[in-house]
Design a protein around this ligand. Structure first.
Ligand SMILES: Nc1ncnc2c1ncn2[C@@H]1O[C@H](COP(=O)(O)OP(=O)(O)OP(=O)(O)O)[C@@H](O)[C@H]1O
Length: 636
């Protein structure tokens, strides 16, 4: 067995240990060793074992979720693994694999030989068979990804091609690229089959959700180019029901969207979204001469049966509009059959044209969220459509977003509450990063909280799998406040550290109930950062970046940050932060991306162990931020 595989297994075991605990807690599993935590996230060991205000893990606690007893969940459950629910990529150096598609096609996956260590044939996106040989010697991850994207781009979706894939992986530090590439050949703690199944068994048909069109690697989203604005319409009073066939409806944005869907896109949404559910016809050449494998009659547990196609949005009753972002309008709705309250995010069709006119951001978000499975990442249950090719993501409903929650609070969160929220956030970010996904738009309004106090990351429209080229944001659309200095200063190579900077900004915001750096322009933003954190020195690497020369503020490092978060406050006007807490904040806001703390290390930071301990019993007390009374005419 290759070293890489051993590392994988070791890592997987250690993950399952913590995951078992938190999943069992979340699912209300009645038995299990150790302390269970409300949102099932990884905890530092001595926090684990501490009692205090931690929520009870009493074994007699009824198994319940959302107040309903679920007998089945009282059984011992196998912990979900730290991987995607299904995978767009098969990486396996060990064994031959077959890929099964919805068309009963089987594509052999040829393991790379030492002579061809980077065979592209071992990487297949569903619906796209790798054809392009790759001869340049690069890290395996870079190569497989690059070839897949290239193949994808040869197909039906004309997305922007990556320009320089070889220099991206983990290489924020100039001069370390070579080492980074070497590391990537046998990366420590990185699986060669990160997304593949444990068993290396044939891929199940559910994998077809990861359609080539929906591949997050397949094109760069530039919000600034989208023409969309980031104006939010919060909890609009305007109510409108989903139009059923033969009915008329008058909701303003629905009318707009309807016209867009019909006139501008001519059904392309349907084409694109159906590609999430069934194999593309465009690769039909691969159907030839391939042996068939029976599809399992019953979909695997926890999976979504992608072969069924999209259900209709009319399965849901719209209750009210929650919010509107750049890429979607989010509604609160009720499942007509089960009565479950859900959030429906209607994809805006006019923001960016990715695949067949369907917004690439939405394809990415759908693809990633459908395949992800983590308590701190918002769950997407299914994708539904209306009669006008309007596409909706059906998500678990969350009563608050952190920004709105803070706005409704008179006092900032307590330190224990901040710790609990930070632990959940870090667990979610760790999961994204472990699955090679950069969120790239972490901010308080993209962190949802439910009435149980569970925090979940949402809005993965800008996210992408790293290893691909990443372009700097521009100030026009994406919120500046959480943007890492290296991006502001024009770096073209960035990685997970950009999310960690955002996490640092969020930590400060949670403590102070106010955003840390509220710049109006990119220059203003970087100026505010430098004034607060000091002028970066040579070692930070920032001074070499193109944008650095415009900044002339000279400040000693981190002094002002400490003033804002003092160790003690006699007036009570500033949020108090211990040495340890300040150390974590400083490391999150480290100028040098290579030195910026990772999610994993942050989770093990001493701050979470010291008193006061995280408030696991935290529940927001403000009324449901996203709900509205249901108008009579819409009642079931
Ligand atoms: N599952 C959910 N439950 C409740 N509210 C949600 C849910 N998902 C999103 N929202 C609300 O809708 C808002 C917008 O959602 P989201 O960020 O996904 O849309 P977007 O168009 O991608 O926004 P952005 O402009 O930030 O990119 C969120 O800030 C939140 O208030």
């Amino acid at each position: 067995m290759a070293t890489g595989r051993v590392d994988v297994l070791r890592r997987r075991d250690s993950y399952n240990y913590s995951k078992r605990e938190f999943e069992s807690y979340r699912n209300g599993v009645c038995r299990g060793d150790g302390v269970k935590h409300k949102n099932g996230f990884h905890l530092p060991s001595n926090v684990h074992n501490s009692g205090g205000s931690e929520r009870s893990s009493n074994s007699s606690e009824p198994c319940s979720r959302n107040g309903k007893t679920r007998k089945s969940e009282c059984l011992v459950q196998l912990p979900p693994e730290k991987k995607r629910k299904f995978s767009p990529i098969i990486w396996d150096r060990e064994e031959k694999q077959v890929r099964v598609s919805s068309k009963n096609r089987v594509v052999p996956v040829i393991p790379p030989s030492p002579a061809h260590p980077t065979s592209v044939q071992n990487v297949l996106f569903d619906g796209v068979v790798s054809k392009s040989p790759v001869t340049v010697v690069k890290s395996q991850e870079v190569e497989v990804f690059e070839s897949s994207v290239a193949d994808y781009l040869e197909g039906s979706c004309q997305s922007e091609a990556p320009a320089d894939l070889s220099t991206q992986l983990h290489s924020e530090q100039s001069g370390q690229d070579e080492q980074a590439k070497k590391n990537m050949v046998h990366p420590p703690n990185i699986s060669f089959s990160r997304w593949a199944s444990d068993s290396d068994s044939p891929r199940a048909p559910r994998d077809i959700a990861d359609d080539p069109c929906s591949s997050p690697e397949s094109g760069e989203i530039q919000r600034e180019g989208s023409g969309g604005s980031r104006t939010r319409v919060s909890s609009s009073d305007e109510e409108s029901s989903f139009e059923t066939p033969g009915e008329k409806y008058y909701g303003e944005d629905e009318l707009c969207d309807k016209n867009m869907n019909i006139d501008k896109h001519d059904g392309n949404a349907g084409v694109a979204i159906n590609q999430l559910y069934s194999d593309s016809e465009s690769d039909s050449e691969d159907d030839v001469d391939l042996p068939k494998i029976e599809e399992p009659a019953v979909p695997m547990q926890g999976s979504i049966n992608m072969l069924q196609g999209c259900r209709s949005v009319f399965e849901y009753e719209k209750l009210n509009k929650i919010n509107e972002g750049t890429y979607g309008v989010v509604y609160r709705a009720r499942d007509k059959k089960t009565g479950e309250i859900v959030a429906l995010k209607k994809v805006k069709m006019d923001v960016d044209k990715g695949c067949d006119g369907f917004p690439m951001s939405a394809l990415r978000e759908i693809n990633i969220l459908l395949s992800f499975n983590h308590p701190s990442v918002v769950g997407v249950k299914e994708v539904v459509m209306d009669d006008f090719d309007g596409v909706y993501m059906v998500m678990e409903y969350m009563e608050y977003d952190l920004k709105g929650l803070m706005e409704s609070m008179k006092q900032p969160f307590s330190i224990g509450e901040v710790k609990y929220l930070m632990l959940q956030l870090l667990n979610g970010v760790e999961y994204l990063h472990d699955n090679w996904v950069l969120h790239r738009d972490l901010k308080s309004s993209n962190l949802l909280v439910n009435k149980e106090g569970e925090l979940k990351i949402c809005d993965l429209g800008l996210s992408r799998q790293y290893g691909s080229p990443l372009k700097p944001y521009t100030p026009l659309v994406v919120t500046l406040w959480y943007r890492a200095p290296e991006i502001l200063l024009g770096t073209k190579q960035y990685s997970t550290a950009i999310d960690m900077w955002s996490v640092g900004c969020i930590m400060a915001e949670l403590l102070a109930k106010d955003a840390l750096f509220k710049g109006k322009t990119e220059v203003d933003q970087i100026d505010k950062i430098f004034r607060m954190l000091g002028t970066p020195d040579e070692k930070s690497g920032l001074s070499k970046l193109p944008g650095f020369k415009v900044n002339s503020v000279k400040q000693p490092c981190y002094n002002h940050l400490r003033k804002k978060f003092p160790a003690a406050s006699f007036t009570g006007s500033s949020p108090v932060l211990s040495e340890s807490g300040f150390d974590l904040l400083k490391r999150l806001l480290s100028y040098n991306p290579a030195e910026r703390i990772t999610a994993k290390d942050a989770l093990n930071h001493n701050w979470f162990r010291e008193s006061p301990e995280p408030r696991y019993d935290f529940k927001p007390i403000t009324p449901d931020q996203h709900s509205r009374p249901v108008p009579k005419q819409q009642a079931v």
